[in-house]
Design a protein around this ligand. Structure first.
Ligand code: NAI
Ligand code: NA
Length: 399
């Protein structure tokens, strides 16, 4: 079938298998161009492996240090006459490329928050890899069913305390407008967001993996967080999602205790703001990202998810002397180039000036829009979108 983008708000309902394959190949080429990640991971479990930072983590591990990878994700499979989701096609492409390169790669499609998927993953590790030496935790989800209580939690993206008014952009139309987001009405919204995006599920994973004996001596585990500039604090870091990130970060010492007897270590890496399916859903943030991209591209410091994850592995998690640089709060920072004073000063200045009329001139809204469509396999160079695509592309290791 011929597959074209079809959007509803910040969601793209369609995905292109050949474009997704091209995007995965581009990421692989980037990792290869940077050379071997010395002392890199060898047997890796990536939870949330099909898109965004998780997919890039998987690619960096596999093609940067020849790692065997197991990827867990929640995607809609493709079938005859029915399109899969972008993450499905990404994973199909990743496995195909990994297998062609002689690398072990298998995937599990299901709810990572469930005990069942944890069990299935442990069985697969036991059968094929014995143990893993890196666990990447990169889930982003609007909801979670608690595996012990069955309670279904939904996260919200809201400020806490006062309403938040600021600029936002509709990146499809380029219209800049003011938006007011009302604060949470009760603490339950905060607790629910923490239950979905906080550290409990990461802890459950590490507890189960450890109890099953599938974590190697010296194992590392990493989850991803975000801080960003003051102008997004009310909706991000000081909002409901920020409380969940605080909880995630507070899980690090808990996991360090748990991993002590394995000489294992847990980390949170604070990553750069980037266009992903998750970040496009947050108000205000897409306008910030399109200004940030403009400034960082001009300075030559712009990175996408693959550049970020390659740098995380090569320069932070797996260094020559084994030391991992942390900030005063114990976090890895690969948002360092985003948060550089000169970058932030320029973004703040542009922020005040931004209007619908000057948007395309002073921001990289076009880059934002293109990257958004790239996430779904569209607007990739070298793909003929007028041609029939085979929608029925399968992930080889999933029956
Ligand atoms: P994403 O939406 O691209 O990826 C989410 C992944 O989680 C996908 O692989 C999806 O299949 C998987 N997933 C979601 N629910 C699942 C479930 N129930 N079971 C199994 N898999 C499930 O998101 P992105 O942006 O890569 O986010 C990953 C992490 O990085 C999040 O913790 C996010 O907060 C963080 N982060 C994101 C930044 C950004 O600007 N996008 C910046 C800094 C951190
Ligand atoms: Na991810």
């Amino acid at each position: 079938m011929i597959i074209q983008p079809r959007t509803r708000g910040f969601i793209c309902l369609t995905a292109h298998p050949d474009g997704a394959h091209q995007a995965v190949k581009n990421q692989i080429e980037y990792v290869k161009s940077k050379g071997e990640i010395k002392n890199g991971p060898k047997k890796v479990l990536v939870i949330g492996a099909s898109t965004g930072f998780g997919l890039s983590s998987r690619i960096a591990a596999a093609f940067g240090s020849d790692a065997s990878t197991i990827g867990v994700f929640f995607e809609k499979p493709a079938s005859e006459g029915k399109m899969g989701t972008a993450g499905w096609y990404n994973s199909a492409a990743f496995e195909k490329e990994a297998h062609a390169a002689g690398l072990y790669a298998k995937s599990i499609n299901g709810d990572a928050f469930s005990d069942e998927v944890k069990k299935e993953t442990i069985e697969l590790i036991k059968k094929d890899l014995g143990q893993v030496d890196l666990v990447v935790y990169s889930l982003a989800s609007p909801r979670r069913t608690h595996p012990k209580t069955g309670v279904a939690y939904a996260s919200v993206l809201k400020p806490i305390g006062q309403p938040f008014t600021n600029k936002t952009v509709d990146f499809h139309t380029g219209v800049v407008s003011d938006i007011t987001i009302n604060p949470v009405e009760n603490d339950e919204d905060i607790a629910n967001t923490i239950a979905v995006m906080g550290g409990e599920d990461w802890k459950f994973w590490i507890e189960d993996l450890k109890a099953a004996g599938v974590l190697a001596e010296g194992v590392k585990t990493v989850a991803y967080s975000y801080i960003g500039p003051e102008l997004t604090f009310p909706i991000y870091r000081n909002g409901t999602i920020g409380q969940a990130k605080n909880d995630l970060e507070a899980t690090v010492p808990v996991l360090n205790d748990l991993l002590k007897d394995l000489n294992g270590k847990s980390y949170v890496s604070v990553n750069k703001a980037l266009v992903t399916q998750s970040s496009s859903a947050i108000p205000v943030v897409p306008l910030y990202i399109s200004l940030l991209y403009k400034v960082m591209k001009a300075k030559g410091t712009h990175e996408g998810t693959i550049e970020q994850m390659q740098r995380l592995f090569a320069d932070r998690l797996y260094t020559e002397n084994g030391e991992v640089a942390l900030d005063e709060a114990g976090r890895i920072r690969v948002d360092d180039w985003e948060m550089a004073d000169d970058v932030q000063a320029e973004v703040a200045k542009l922020w005040d000036e931004t209007t619908t009329e000057n948007l395309s001139e002073i921001s990289d809204i076009e880059g934002y829009r293109k990257e958004f469509f790239n996430l779904f396999g569209f607007e990739l160079d070298g793909i003929d979108y007028e041609k029939d695509a085979n929608e029925n592309v399968q992930v080889p290791s999933i029956e």
